[in-house]
Design a protein around this ligand. Structure first.
Ligand code: KIV
Length: 273
């Protein structure tokens, strides 16, 4: 059993998220997709995990988040929930599970909550998805909203560049943030937008704003764990800080194992029966 690095080991709830915003305590969030990694990161004090549809890229090697299915998301989320004792667990609703109509959206959100035992779902988009957001909230399911660069719309945007740099897009983003907060979403992710705009949105709504590539003047940060641990060596966006070089550590360790096996140096006398 690993030792918890944080003193407060009470389960993080959506109410605690609201309290953290009120008290000005920053929220540290990471993605997670499996039991073992989630349990290590939970004990290190992460406040919330996102079982992101970035699993499509990180776990399955797809170029975008679009192909991942609800069955695959549920599989990843079940492992994470089993590994996490303290953090809040949010599961991305994958592309195609909430855009058709509100009835389908609420059915899929209920399925995710029932089968994974997670704490909330996340959805990308603003006014366009408001009817689905309202139905899901009415079913008692907490929603983390997501604006700015919304990767499920990559085919509309054409690039993964910074969003909301022009006035029209910035104004729509501010309006969408207000609509989603007023509807009752418990938190909002802002991805890859100018820091000044993220600060303005953060000050204008009561719910916590979690940034990724959105500057420091928000209520918390989220990163893809494989990126911040340096597993994805070729992915180098400006917003990413690497806290480890696991790519090198894993390569060296696996290389040593291969050499030892080839040289009949593994297993030794103490490693056999
Ligand atoms: O799927 C994901 O990992 C995300 C984060 C980048 C916010 O949506």
């Amino acid at each position: 059993m690993s030792k918890y690095l944080v003193e407060d080991t009470r389960k993080v709830t959506t109410q605690r998220f609201a309290e953290m915003k009120r008290k000005g305590e920053k929220i540290a969030m990471l993605t997670a997709y499996d039991y073992t990694t989630a349990s290590i990161m939970d004990a290190a004090g992460v406040d919330a995990f996102l079982v992101g549809d970035s699993a499509s890229n990180v776990m399955a090697g797809n170029a975008t988040t679009l192909p991942i299915t609800i069955d695959e998301m549920i599989y990843y989320a079940k492992g994470v929930v089993r590994g996490v004792k303290r953090a809040l667990v949010v599961v991305d609703m994958p592309f195609g599970t909430y855009q058709v109509n509100a009835d389908e959206a609420v059915k899929n959100a209920i399925r995710i909550m029932k089968e994974t035992n997670a704490d909330a779902v996340k959805m990308e988009g603003g006014e366009e998805i408001l009817p689905a957001v309202k139905r899901i909230l009415d079913a008692g399911i907490p929603i983390m909203a997501h604006l700015g660069l919304t990767p499920q719309s990559i085919n509309k945007f054409g690039t993964y560049g910074v969003r909301a740099k022009n006035d029209a897009e910035a104004e729509k983003l501010c309006n969408d943030a207000k609509l989603l907060a007023d509807a009752g979403c418990f938190a909002l992710v802002l991805e890859k937008i100018p820091a000044a705009l993220a600060e303005k949105v953060t000050k204008s709504i009561d719910i916590p704003v979690i940034g990724i590539g959105a500057g420091v003047n928000v209520d918390g940060q989220v990163l893809v764990y494989a990126d911040m641990l340096g597993m994805t060596a070729d992915f180098k966006p400006r917003f990413l800080r690497r806290y480890a070089d696991l790519h090198t550590i894993i390569t060296d360790a696996v290389g040593s194992y291969v050499s030892d096996v080839k040289a009949c140096d593994f297993p030794n006398e103490n490693e056999q029966y």
